[in-house]
Design a protein around this ligand. Structure first.
Ligand code: NAD
Length: 522
């Protein structure tokens, strides 16, 4: 029953708002501002995680199609690089306005394909939109530096686009991550080939429809689909100068090494195991709400989910109350009013999360709150796991070592702040961390000693807004985190710095003999 169509067959004012009546369609790819059905015979099915009904099938683009996407982006680069940044800024203003107009429609696509609640999906869109808004400051951000370095001589810098760049996206933020890449890559004069997650490409398809409306010329943004085969093509294609990757460690470490070995710039944000340490002097009510929201929101499928709690001293006595609040959360399909968290992405993901909970039991931890076996009445076929809290966890356990990426909070107890810091620093991941305390001195000590890239002090999910940069650390980034997403570093990633030294006045050059020694500026 699958008919080729484009996007979600929806408009800014008309889009799906329930899990019941959903039109199935085949996801097209996007080249030269046109949506096209792929000639492939290989497809990847996408199901609504709340019902497991088929929504769409995503093509594995053929080699010819992948090559055509690159040729189109190369051709577009020749003229796009020569547009002024003010022209590109105008297009970005329109893109931003269109995303705002289509905000609910984008969110609806995310709720349907990814499963998160509609309210949370709106946040997914907003966090991406804010990057597009920040990219409108490109004329300021691209300004070079200039200095008179000697008499009649000056040095100035220019930031030039790289050429064709590519982005490889994860399933958990179907709008935000494409928007970490498209606005900054294009406003700086590059053309981009985007590969959305094959598990939920709908929001990315709506975004490129809006990009076309905003006035991006043909070929500046192309979308290709598929899994490993498409990724390998992008990594090996010499015309592609930079790769932006967000996803798990297995894929990310491989992509970083293969892309770098092929001489490309690579920025890669990977997995996480984010800890919260809670001190006895914390505001208990604030802490309980903050941790419950950050551990279980989006069904724990956020790279900054607060998935590990370290109770210091007597704060372990707060756990029953924490469990009560977690239990009160409504687990339901994303369009249902009052839903706090939706299903996890696939039945395979559910099975993996359940096996990690079982492993904790086998290794001697306590399941304080068990979300296995839960099903909302109206949606018996979804990938459900309700909030789960595992206590008495030890660092050697699988549930502590592996990223769970589900609505599961693991809890360890220590006696002192120093022990909490040592424990957190010994973990291989270093994306985000939070401390809950009312003491400035405690927070400052923690801030200085902690080895994580994004620190929240009484703030559970300290993701920096786009005037800053996303600064993961340790195993949560590839390549030591040198290339971070968005903010000024994002502009730097997508541009090549050119430094030009000029001398126009040559009247003083009267001597007949060449100077062969390096100038000493004495
Ligand atoms: P994933 O690694 O499975 O997939 C990400 C992308 O890589 C997809 O486009 C996929 O097609 C491709 N891919 C997957 N396996 C591959 C392989 N073996 N070879 C080549 N390409 C491959 O990640 P996911 O499950 O979609 O996303 C969840 C992960 O992303 C979590 O680990 C989460 O922590 C991480 N994440 C990190 C950040 C961050 O900023 N640090 C943000 C969001 C998500």
């Amino acid at each position: 029953n699958i008919t080729p169509a484009f996007g979600l067959n929806s408009t800014a004012t008309s889009y799906p708002t329930s899990h019941d009546k959903v039109e199935q369609y085949e996801t097209p790819w996007f080249i030269d501002n046109e949506f096209k059905p792929s000639a492939t015979t290989e497809f990847i099915d996408v199901h609504d995680p709340a019902t497991n009904k088929l929504l769409t099938r995503v093509p594995q683009n053929t080699d010819e199609e992948l090559k055509a996407a690159v040729a189109s982006a190369q051709k577009a680069f020749e003229s796009w690089r020569n547009t002024t940044v003010l022209h590109r800024q105008q297009i970005m203003f329109r893109f931003v306005a269109l995303i705002r107009e289509n905000w609910d429609r984008l969110a609806a696509s995310i709720t349907l394909e990814q499963g998160k609640t509609f309210a949370d999906a709106k946040g997914d869109v907003l966090r991406g939109l804010q990057v597009a808004e920040a990219a409108c400051a490109a004329p300021e951000l691209l300004k070079g530096e200039v200095l008179e370095v000697a008499k009649d001589m000056e040095t100035r810098t220019y930031r030039e686009p790289l050429g064709v760049v590519a982005a490889i996206c994860p399933f958990n933020f179907p709008a935000m991550i494409p928007l970490w890449c498209i606005p900054i890559a294009t406003v700086t004069g590059n053309t981009i080939i985007l590969k959305p997650s094959e598990r939920d490409p709908g929001a990315a398809m709506i975004l490129v429809e809006l990009a076309k409306k905003a006035g991006f010329p043909e070929g500046v943004i192309n979308v290709v689909h598929g899994a490993h085969k498409t990724v390998n093509f992008l990594l090996d294609e010499p015309a592609i100068k930079a790769i932006s990757f967000v996803g798990g460690n297995k894929a990310g470490e491989y992509i970083f090494s293969r892309g770098s070995a092929n001489g490309k710039r690579v920025q890669a944000n990977l997995g996480a195991k984010n800890h919260a340490a809670v001190l006895p002097d914390a505001n208990k009510n604030h802490f309980l709400n903050a941790v419950v929201g950050a551990a279980f929101g989006a069904a724990g499928q956020r790279c900054m989910a607060l998935s590990t709690l370290v109770t210091v001293g007597e704060t372990k006595d707060w756990l029953p109350e924490l469990a009560e609040r977690a239990k009160a959360l409504q687990v339901n399909a994303g369009f249902e009013p009052g839903a706090d968290l939706g299903p996890v992405i696939t039945p395979q993901s559910k099975a993996r999360i359940e096996s990690l909970i079982a492993s904790a039991e086998e290794e001697g931890a306590t399941i304080l709150l068990d979300g296995r076996g839960y099903k909302p009445e109206k949606y018996p076929d979804g990938n459900w796991i309700a909030p789960t809290i595992i206590t008495n966890v030890k660092p050697h356990m699988r549930c502590y070592r592996e990223e769970i990426f589900g609505p599961v909070l693991v809890v360890l107890n220590v006696d002192t702040l120093d022990e909490a810091i040592d424990l957190i620093n010994a973990n291989e991941y270093g994306n985000g961390v939070a401390i809950f305390t009312r003491s400035g001195a405690t927070a400052e000590k923690f801030r200085r000693r902690i080895e994580a890239g994004q620190v929240g002090i009484n703030v559970p999910i300290p993701v920096p807004l786009p005037m800053f940069s996303f600064t993961g650390n340790k195993k949560s980034v590839a390549g030591g985190g040198a290339n971070t997403f968005y903010g000024r570093p994002g502009i730097n990633f997508y541009t090549q710095l050119k430094t030009v030294t000029t001398m126009w006045s040559q009247e003083d050059a009267l001597g007949k003999k060449a100077d062969v020694a390096m100038p000493t500026h004495s």
